[in-house]
Each structure stands twice: as structure tokens, then as C-alpha cells.
Design a protein around this ligand. Structure first.
Ligand code: 13P
Ligand code: SF4
Length: 314
């Protein structure tokens, strides 16, 4: 009872601050349930990028990880972009430092690569690429790549190889991976399928090939909602980060959702996404800090491939 009253107070405080600062709260599908419930918009990286671009709020409180908040800053340089925890990183972002990519491109200059960067990367990497993509539009973006140039796809090798399967387009893949999605194994998914033999399986493309081939559908987090809504199966095994289940449960309450298990756990949490709490969200609205900042020269260079993506995925 006491903790319910406390969370009610916290909720009211956040809503009051939001109004006071003319802020919008954007949250990724992997955020904790309480944050999803208080947000103005919850979605995947693509939806969040569109929302960040179109908002007229003065402050964008971004509940996700650093690279997504950075995306909001790239398209909104004059706005204050804050995030509850500035240390909320991403293993994919870490797998591809901008200096390493720059050195690789310099070494292979003669290839004249067309560089496609998955949005899960730093502003520095975005500034070095030709176009950005998300899991929701990667196939479309690769289909529109120039035919006469080889493609370098960074940093996720699993999303990259899934896109190659879908498009038939050959690409050179940076060898990064999401530490959460590679934890799902073929044997763990097989075991849960035996428990629920009638269940449909939906998986994120950051999963390995061995897991993807067990899925009825491979798609971005936002498209998972549509899949669940249209599926004629009552039981659905959701092979992605655990926060997604809260969102699907709200949108499609009639389904029985089963979290995709790993070898060691009944479900998978992203430690970065889960760094954000309601208390930290309140504090960042009070202090208007931590903010997302980037050198203007990098921001400008990163904006072009980001706008190209938004244009190409219409
Ligand atoms: P989505 O854009 O599909 O939500 O994916 C983002 C992400 O970080 C997946 O791990
Ligand atoms: Fe990055 Fe993986 Fe976490 Fe998504 S789930 S934010 S790709 S570490």
C-alpha cells in the first residue's frame, strides 16, 4: 500500500514536471512497464526517430539507450534531449568504434563502399555512413542501395545476414552482435516449443540464424505487435528482450505470451535498457540533465544519412 502511494506520487510528479518543462516522454519497447505506461509514445527505434523529428516540445526525455537519444539530438539540435541514465549504452554500439570504422574505410578505400549503419551505433559511426537503417526498415533500405557499389553493413552481423537472406543482396558485415539476442539458443527455444507445441514463434532479427529459422516471423519490436494481433495462435513465444511482453500484453491482451528463454534464464533483460527507472526519469526532468550533446560537425554529418533513411522508408 505504502509503495503504491509512493509510485503514485512519483507518477504525478513526473506528469507535473513534464507539463512544467513542456517535455515529451519517448520510450522504447524494452523499458520497464511503469515507464512505458507514463510515456507519450512507446515504440521501436524507427517510430521513435519519427516521433523525435516531429515533436514541438522543448524537451525530449528519452527513455531508451544512448544511441536512440542521440538520434533525437541529431534531428533536433536546438532542443534539450535528456535521458534518465547517461550510461545506458549498447553492446552493438561498443562493437564498432568510429575510429575503427574510419580506419577500415581508409584501408579499403579502393572498394568505394556504400556504408549502411544499423541505428544501434554512435553518432560518430552515423557520421561516417551513407544511410542509416533500423530493424523495421533494413530490408527496404538495402533494396534501395546503389547496384554498382559494394555494401558494408555495420555493426550487427545477425541483422545483416538476415537482410541478405531477405534481399539476396551480398554485403560485407561488421562482426558486432547484441549480447542479449545472441543468448537465445536453438536448444532453449526448442525446449519451450516442446512445452507449447501449438505456439507461434516471433523473433527479433538480432537473433542468430539458428534461432531465426525456428521462428514463424522475424521482425522489429513494433511489427511484433501486428504479428501477435493477426496470428490465429493463442500462445506466442516472443524471442526478444523482456520489456516487449509488457507492450504486447497491453496491445493484444487476449494472447498468452511466453518469453523466449535462454540457456540460463526464463527471459532476457537488456541491462542497458533496464538502467532507466522512474526515479531517474523524475530526476532528469527536475535537473534537465544528463543531456545528450555532440559536436556540431559530427551532428551535421550524421543528419544526412538519418534524413535519407526517413525519406527512403516512407
Ligand atoms: P527495434 O528497433 O526493433 O525496437 O530494436 C532496437 C533494439 O535495440 C533491439 O535490440
Ligand atoms: Fe543494444 Fe541489445 Fe540492448 Fe538492444 S537489446 S539496446 S541491441 S544491447
Amino acid at each position: 500500500m505504502a509503495s503504491n502511494a509512493l509510485s503514485l506520487d512519483l507518477k504525478e510528479e513526473i506528469l507535473r514536471l513534464k507539463k512544467e518543462k513542456n517535455a515529451i516522454i519517448l520510450a522504447h519497447n524494452y523499458q520497464i512497464g511503469e515507464i512505458q505506461d507514463i510515456a507519450d509514445y512507446v515504440g521501436d527505434s524507427l517510430g521513435l526517430a519519427y516521433k523525435a523529428k516531429e515533436t514541438d516540445a522543448d524537451v525530449i526525455a528519452f527513455c531508451g539507450v544512448h544511441f536512440i537519444a542521440e538520434t533525437a539530438k541529431i534531428v533536433n539540435p536546438t532542443k534539450t534531449v535528456i535521458l534518465p541514465d547517461k550510461d545506458a549504452g549498447c553492446s552493438l554500439e561498443q562493437a564498432c568504434p568510429a575510429e575503427d570504422l574510419a580506419a577500415f574505410l581508409e584501408e579499403h578505400k579502393s572498394k568505394n563502399y556504400y556504408v549502411i549503419a544499423y541505428i544501434n551505433c554512435s553518432g560518430g559511426v552515423k557520421a561516417l555512413c551513407d544511410v542509416i537503417c533500423t530493424s523495421g526498415n533494413a530490408v527496404r533500405i538495402v533494396e534501395q542501395a546503389p547496384e554498382d557499389r559494394p555494401i558494408l553493413f555495420v555493426p550487427d552481423q545477425n541483422l545483416g545476414s538476415w537482410v541478405m537472406e531477405q534481399t539476396g543482396r551480398k554485403m560485407d558485415l561488421w562482426q558486432g552482435a547484441c549480447y542479449v539476442h545472441v543468448e537465445f539458443t536453438r536448444q532453449a527455444i526448442r525446449r519451450i516449443q516442446e512445452e507449447y507445441p501449438d505456439a507461434a514463434v516471433v523473433a527479433h532479427p538480432e537473433c542468430t540464424y539458428a534461432v531465426r529459422i525456428l521462428a514463424d516471423e522475424v521482425c522489429s519490436t513494433e511489427k511484433m505487435i501486428d504479428f501477435c494481433r493477426k496470428s490465429n495462435k493463442k500462445d506466442i513465444i516472443v524471442v526478444t528482450e523482456s520489456g516487449m511482453l509488457h507492450r504486447i500484453k497491453k496491445e493484444v491482451p487476449e494472447k498468452n505470451l511466453i518469453p523466449g528463454p535462454t540457456d540460463n534464464c526464463a527471459c532476457a533483460d537488456c541491462r542497458y535498457m533496464k538502467m532507466n527507472t522512474m526515479e531517474k526519469l523524475r530526476d532528469c526532468l527536475v535537473n534537465l540533465s544528463p543531456t545528450v550533446e555532440m559536436p556540431e560537425e559530427i551532428r551535421k554529418r550524421a543528419e544526412l544519412p538519418l534524413l535519407r533513411m526517413l525519406e527512403q522508408s516512407k
